[in-house]
Design a binder for this molecule. Structure first.
Ligand code: HH2
Length: 258
């Protein structure tokens, strides 16, 4: 899954794809490099961010979705029913909701009615405050219990279980150690029976692991290392900014691991 952030302020690529023509070109390039789907988002969820309204989010993503319709498989990274509804009408196949259906009470119905796919992600708190001293007794057990509960909620709301994937939410209310422990013990999440999506790409924990306590991003090489490890532990979908590097590394890893 390639990341196309149509935002001025995303943590690693803010502004790069704010112009719809640039975003469309990026998405096409990612598909050509081997991305199975591109995740188009119009709102940053980086630590400390405040969020934008539906009108602004639509203004950012609609021209991009129109430009890609029928050409590149698209996922919409949104928590808002209004944005998801429009994106699905324009051909988006998957709704990627970082609030796991807790943000907008109408989103579950929109996804259920559309028959589209859904990603449920774990987040502790909200982006504005989530990195203020996150604590867990057992981060993996708590994330697994949360995802299991949100999956049951989605199914009860009319979304087919076969259409849902689960995501531990790397960097969303977690320390460096929490993030790596979630990958190390990823089998406890795949045991929930649904495909697991992991988004470690460029995240600050990678830069911090390599010795910069103030890092806000991580390198491509570190991202690829984390993605290969997640793949080896059972991740099905890797959400990444640098598609070519990840496709090459994962192709080699797949050949070696069998
Ligand atoms: N990470 C980000 C955004 N959306 N969705 C899922 N399912 N999993 C993730 O790990 C995830 C996500 C944050 O990365 P990015 O889109 O690059 O940044 P920003 O939120 O600042 O736009």
């Amino acid at each position: 899954m390639g990341v196309v952030n149509v935002t001025p302020d995303s943590f690693s690529d803010g502004g790069v794809n704010l112009d719809p023509a640039d975003a469309i070109a990026s998405a096409r390039r990612m598909a050509a490099e081997g991305a199975a789907i591109v995740d188009v988002g119009g709102e940053s969820t980086r630590p400390g961010s405040a969020g934008v309204g539906a009108e602004e989010e639509l203004r950012r993503v609609v021209p991009v979705l129109e430009g890609l319709a029928g050409e590149v498989p698209v996922s919409i990274d949104t928590s808002k029913a209004e944005v998801a509804r429009r994106a699905l009408a324009l051909g988006a196949e998957l709704v990627n909701d970082v609030t796991a259906l807790r943000g907008d009470p109408e989103l579950a119905g929109v996804v259920g009615d559309s028959g589209g796919y859904l990603c449920l992600m774990h987040m502790r708190g909200e982006p504005r405050t989530m990195q203020a001293d996150p604590r867990y007794d057992d981060v993996v057990a708590e994330v697994a219990a949360f995802l299991e509960e949100r999956l049951a909620f989605a199914v009860a709301a009319g979304i087919e279980e076969e259409r849902v994937c689960l995501d531990p939410g790397i960097g969303f209310g977690k320390t460096v150690e929490h993030n790596f422990e979630l990958i190390r013990r990823l089998d406890e999440l795949t045991a929930l029976g649904r495909p697991v999506l992991v988004g470690f790409s460029r995240k600050s924990s990678l830069g911090r692991l390599l010795g910069d306590p103030e890092a806000t991003t991580g390198s491509i090489a570190a991202s690829v290392g984390a993605a290969v490890a997640a793949y080896e532990r059972g991740a099905t979908i890797l959400r990444v900014h640098d598609v070519r590097e990840h496709v090459e590394a994962l192709t080699a890893a797949a050949a070696a691991l069998g």
